[in-house]
Write a protein that binds this ligand. Structure first.
Ligand SMILES: [Fe+2]
Ligand SMILES: [Fe+2]
Length: 268
């Protein structure tokens, strides 16, 4: 029987600040939108760099089904062995095959199977990976026998590369959303063949920052080209951003996509 699944997608949580604003709003968001499953990008959740098994547990306690990542996936070493044993934390699928972990997983959602694919772009990114388009093609050959409900987190810097993957997969997956820039874009739409698309979900973290990090250090780095340590900003106000998609379980196509952008000034 046909049904509609509502999925909440949240952008990169940045450090303790991101985790705090996430914890403060997630339950109300899930209730307000009658959310069936939540997917979060956790690549910066530890201290701006990486994620730990304890943080995965924290996210799961808030009803997160799948955690996606990106270029910071390996920054905390405890996650490496964890990912060899659990497929609830994804690494970009176009990392070399011999890397630990997986870039695609499936979970049950109200009796329907939902698939999640994590991919990473190649333009202006710090690591060289396999072609995300060819990797997506290869993974869809596996997933189409399993479910039509597929969600893609494309972790990439350049808007056009994200749009390219959106159009490449239009009508073949339910959702393509971008992560990595930490700034939400204003282009949420249903593409012509039924895929929900958003160039970037944004983040959870300090809005009074540069992509979640203390702005003074990053400004100094850009002005001097000197190396600096990135530290998590705890300056108010704070932002939690992402999107809610509604997916038809028979066709796998999306019926709607609506952005979520919460700003608050409460003490952490
Ligand atoms: Fe990030
Ligand atoms: Fe990233």
């Amino acid at each position: 029987m046909s049904a509609i699944l509502k999925i909440l997608l949240i952008g990169d949580l940045f450090g303790k600040t991101g985790r705090s604003i996430f914890a403060r709003h997630i339950k109300a968001l899930q209730e307000k939108h009658a959310i069936d499953a939540t997917i979060v990008n956790g690549e910066n959740a530890a201290d701006g760099k990486g994620i730990t098994p304890d943080i995965v547990k924290f996210l799961q306690e808030h009803q997160v089904q799948v955690v996606t990542t990106g270029n910071h996936v390996w920054d905390k070493k405890d996650i490496i062995s964890y990912m060899s044993e659990h497929d609830t934390v994804l690494r970009p699928a176009n990392y070399p095959e011999r890397c630990p972990g997986t870039g695609m997983t499936f979970f049950d959602c109200k009796g329907f199977t939902v698939g999640v694919i994590n991919l990473m772009g190649r333009l202006f990114m710090p690591v060289q990976l396999d072609c995300p388009f060819e990797k997506a093609e290869q993974l869809l050959k596996e997933s189409q026998a399993i479910t039509p409900i597929m969600i893609v987190d494309f972790h990439a810097e350049v808007a056009a590369e994200k749009q390219a993957l959106g159009y490449f997969l239009d009508g073949r997956v339910s959702v393509v959303v971008g992560t990595h820039t930490h700034v939400q874009t204003a282009d949420a739409m249903i593409l012509p063949k039924g895929t929900a698309y958003l160039t970037d979900l944004g983040m959870g973290g300090s809005l009074n920052s540069m992509i979640g990090a203390k702005k003074e250090a990053l400004l100094y780095k850009l002005m001097t080209q000197m190396p600096v340590r990135h530290e998590v900003s705890s300056d108010a106000p704070y932002v939690l951003s992402g999107a809610v998609v509604a997916i038809d379980t028979i066709t796998g196509k999306s019926l709607s996509i609506e952005t979520v952008y919460i700003v608050d000034n409460e003490p952490l």
